[in-house]
Design a binder for this molecule. Structure first.
Ligand code: ATP
Length: 281
């Protein structure tokens, strides 16, 4: 077990626009942790700082006490931060198995020449890779689809394949950017089950950005709320839902008394006036 992911006093600005202003929180091992907040709150910026896409002006990120900030993104990925993207970028002609194997390339040691020559180490690595990919496909409920071309999958399966591909890197922390965006209720429930299974069966922590409050309140062990780049609340879903600053940020939208709201609720979507945030963009 690698230990907690700690975001410590991170500040980030773009040409005078403050994206993050002293944000700190911890993602404990084997937990589901959501980062929520209205549009422009700093959620994506937080992910980009964790992955090393952006270097913060102040503060930094550690995993199990080791500093990630300052390292290039590929090193951070190797150290255990896996990310599945909101925009589906799968190789449509390749099969589910091949797409999951693509996700493993950061772990592959034998190298292209050894693989080309089919040296024993490369063959062993390929065999292990396929076994691991099959295991991951089973975890995300896609075992029967291993030989299907990714291009023909349903929308929900494509999104879960993206998640599987990130898992193939064997991360300690899996970053999911809106894992159920655009999904219907049934697909959302399936993905919620996969997120729980990832936590419970692999011990991987899941850090997710999500506007669907129903999913957030349902699957998260802990929720961090950002607004205008500042942390306004951090706690269990029950604590966060009652927090006065959170209620204010969402203007009585999806986080009100209704536990979990309706699937598809877009907190910060309908529940507040975004215009003052959009001006900053
Ligand atoms: N590359 C960039 N250049 C300039 N400003 C940026 C950049 N990335 C983010 N920002 C600004 O930083 C602030 C935080 O943006 P960020 O994308 O992190 O918010 P978010 O919570 O992910 O929003 P959304 O829910 O709309 O995706 C916003 O004011 C945004 O306009």
């Amino acid at each position: 077990m690698t230990g907690a992911l700690a975001v410590e006093d991170v500040a980030l600005s773009f040409a005078g626009v403050t994206a993050l202003d002293g944000v700190s929180f911890r993602v404990e091992p084997s937990t589901v942790h959501a980062v929520i907040g209205p549009n422009g709150a700093g959620k994506t910026s937080t992910f980009n700082v964790i992955c090393g896409v952006y270097t913060p002006d102040r503060g930094g990120v550690t995993l199990g006490g080791n500093r990630l900030t300052g390292l290039p993104p590929h090193r951070i990925a190797r150290l255990g931060i896996g990310r599945a993207f909101q925009n589906i970028a799968l190789s449509g002609r390749q099969t589910v198995l091949e797409n999951i194997l693509l996700g493993r390339h950061v772990l592959t040691r034998a190298g292209v020449i050894a693989s080309g020559l089919r040296l024993p180490a490369a063959r062993r690595e390929a065999r292990e890779g396929r076994a691991k990919a099959a295991e991951i496909a089973e975890l995300v409920g896609m075992a029967p689809l291993l030989d299907r071309p990714a291009g023909g999958l349903s929308y929900g399966d494509k999104k879960r394949l993206e998640l599987a591909r990130a898992l193939a890197m064997e991360p300690s922390v899996l970053l999911l950017d809106e894992p159920v965006a655009g999904m219907n209720d049934e697909e959302t429930a399936r993905t919620a089950g996969v997120i729980r299974d990832v936590r419970d069966r692999t011990g991987v922590s899941v850090l997710l950005i999500e506007h669907d409050m129903s999913l957030v309140m349902d699957v998260s062990d802990r929720v961090t709320v950002l607004d205008f780049g500042r942390l306004v609340a951090d706690g269990t879903p029950a604590e966060v839902r009652r927090h006065p600053e959170v209620l204010r940020a969402y203007l009585g939208g999806a986080l009100g008394d209704d536990p979990g709201g309706e699937p598809g609720d877009t907190a910060g979507g309908e529940g507040r006036d975004h215009d003052h945030h959009q001006e900053d963009k």
